[in-house]
Design a protein around this ligand. Structure first.
Ligand SMILES: [Cu+2]
Length: 274
């Protein structure tokens, strides 16, 4: 029993048909599970959390299941160029077609006087879009993490603005020409990030987290991610939480801008979008 507003056309990965198919697949899986372990007659059915959910070791916090992904091959048409791309689709996936050859610019303000926030806290972006982080007062970073481990840098890599405000704080007297640092999006998967400044308090634990393309209609929405960061108070999750390798393709390219020009900090993973 599912419903959608503004879903994609039938030939698109975020079509209603694909959404329904995913729901039916989950239903079939749960039915098979129930058939394999029937409840004894007269016994009160046990109610453990569904197997796809993870309870983190740092408390009773239950982490919503990761979305089921389906590889989709799609032909992308942009201006006079046509190419085929294969990517992991899931309910709520954005369309992989770039908005233009250059993509759109998303400006995000990081911190500021008395603020431990990213503003806006999350953005919806297409491949080729650029997210420009503008660092305001105090010492901040934007560092890629994972949903289940919001306050720890991805072990498998990922972006990290690093130097800016950790070693070179933005003084209170600054009113213009703030340092900027950018991430180019080349995937449709959600990207999770946080500020790894811990002095004098953990900014991540104070809910200073950020996301690109969170699926707001799912349990893994931005608020859930932020609540998890607050629940663990900025500490790294323990070993039995989801591995910190994050999404298979984090889909981001980082280019540091401002000051001494451009420094390529992280190479593209899904070149098919470029
Ligand atoms: Cu911060």
């Amino acid at each position: 029993m599912v419903f959608a507003v503004n879903c994609g056309f039938d030939d698109q990965p975020n079509s209603f048909a694909n959404f329904k198919k995913s729901a039916l697949a989950i239903g079939a899986s749960l039915s098979a599970e129930a058939a394999a372990s029937p409840t004894p007659t007269g016994a009160y059915p046990a109610a453990p959390p569904p197997a796809q959910y993870t309870t983190a070791a740092y408390g009773d916090y239950t982490i919503p299941a990761a979305p089921q992904v389906t590889p989709v091959t799609q032909t992308v048409t942009l201006d006079d160029k046509v190419w085929t791309t294969t990517y992991d689709s899931y309910p709520g996936s954005p369309d992989p077609t770039p908005i233009s050859a250059e993509g759109a610019i998303h400006r995000v303000i990081v911190g500021g006087p008395g603020k431990l926030v990213f503003d806006p806290p999350f953005v919806a972006a297409q491949p080729r879009d650029t997210v420009v982080f503008e660092f305001r007062q105090k010492n901040h970073t934007v560092t890629q993490s994972s949903f289940a481990d919001p306050c720890r840098k991805l072990a498998s890599g990922g972006f990290d603005s690093d130097l800016f405000s950790v070693s070179v704080p933005v003084p209170d007297s600054t009113t213009s020409d703030y340092p900027t640092w950018s991430v180019v999006v080349n995937d449709t998967a959600p990207v999770w990030a946080y500020c790894r400044q811990k002095t004098p308090v953990s900014h991540c634990g104070a809910a200073m987290v950020f996301a690109i393309n969170p699926v707001e209609t799912s349990e893994r929405n931005f608020t859930a991610f932020q609540n998890l960061a607050k629940a663990i108070n900025g500490t790294a999750a323990a070993a039995n939480a989801e591995p910190t390798t994050g999404p298979k393709n984090n889909g981001a390219v980082s280019v540091r801008m401002g000051g001494a020009g451009f420094v390529l900090a992280f190479t593209a993973i899904l070149a098919s979008f470029l």
